[in-house]
Ligand binder design. Structure first.
Ligand code: 5GP
Length: 191
């Protein structure tokens, strides 16, 4: 999606450790009009696919998911991050290795909000090694819900997550796919 790529080129900043910061429009200050365009694009891409719920992960996925949900007219459920491994009977839980913090945390979703019969679109801001997506997919599997598709704003295609998740049979629609990036050279996108 050209609009997102241009915005990343103009305002994204690359940091050591293969981290792209998009704090000017996505992860700190939020350009809601841009998010609205992302939502419309996922809606176009998933036209004809049955979706009754959007699932994301706190915190940075929530804004994107909510704006996308306006297009799909479905509720958003966000997985909560927790440090307590206190597995309650009323939640689904899985583990996620954090890309940015290099720690592992648990994510939970209440059984009240995810269940069999749900056709879920998973939305997140970034895809790197695919750990966040694996955790969210696990929650869906445990709940007996179907993953109807995945929408990612920025996929770092030089990292292994996208290929791994697609090889598991999931449809992943990323709106900007980074081919390479460096502190000196900036960001290059896939064709
Ligand atoms: P993964 O689990 O695919 O390795 O990483 C995805 C998660 O880590 C996303 O939810 C996102 O919050 C964070 N993340 C991964 N890479 C980046 C990055 O380059 N920039 C930012 N801002 N977040 C990232």
């Amino acid at each position: 999606m050209k609009l997102l790529e241009e915005r990343i080129k103009k305002e994204g900043k690359v940091f050591e450790g293969d981290v792209l910061k998009v704090d000017r429009f996505l992860n700190h200050q939020i350009d809601v009009n841009l998010l609205s365009e992302l939502g419309a694009e996922w809606k176009r891409l998933y036209e004809g696919t049955e979706i009754n719920k959007i699932l994301t992960i706190e915190a940075s996925g929530i804004g994107i998911a909510c704006v996308a949900a306006l297009q799909f007219n479905v509720p958003v459920v966000f997985a909560k991050k927790t440090k307590t491994v206190n597995i309650a009977a009323d939640v689904y839980t899985s583990k996620v290795e954090s890309y940015t913090h290099k720690t592992t945390y648990d994510i939970i979703v209440s059984k009240e909000f995810l269940g069999s019969g749900d056709k879920v679109l998973i939305i997140d801001d970034f895809l790197a090694n695919g750990k966040a997506l694996e955790g969210l997919i696990q929650l869906c599997e445990d709940a007996g819900a179907t993953v109807a598709g995945i929408g990612i704003a920025v996929e770092k295609a030089h990292q292994p997550g996208g290929e791994r998740i697609r090889s598991l049979g999931y449809r992943v629609e990323s709106l900007a796919r980074v081919k390479s990036m460096s502190v000196e050279g900036g960001v290059e996108f896939c064709d």
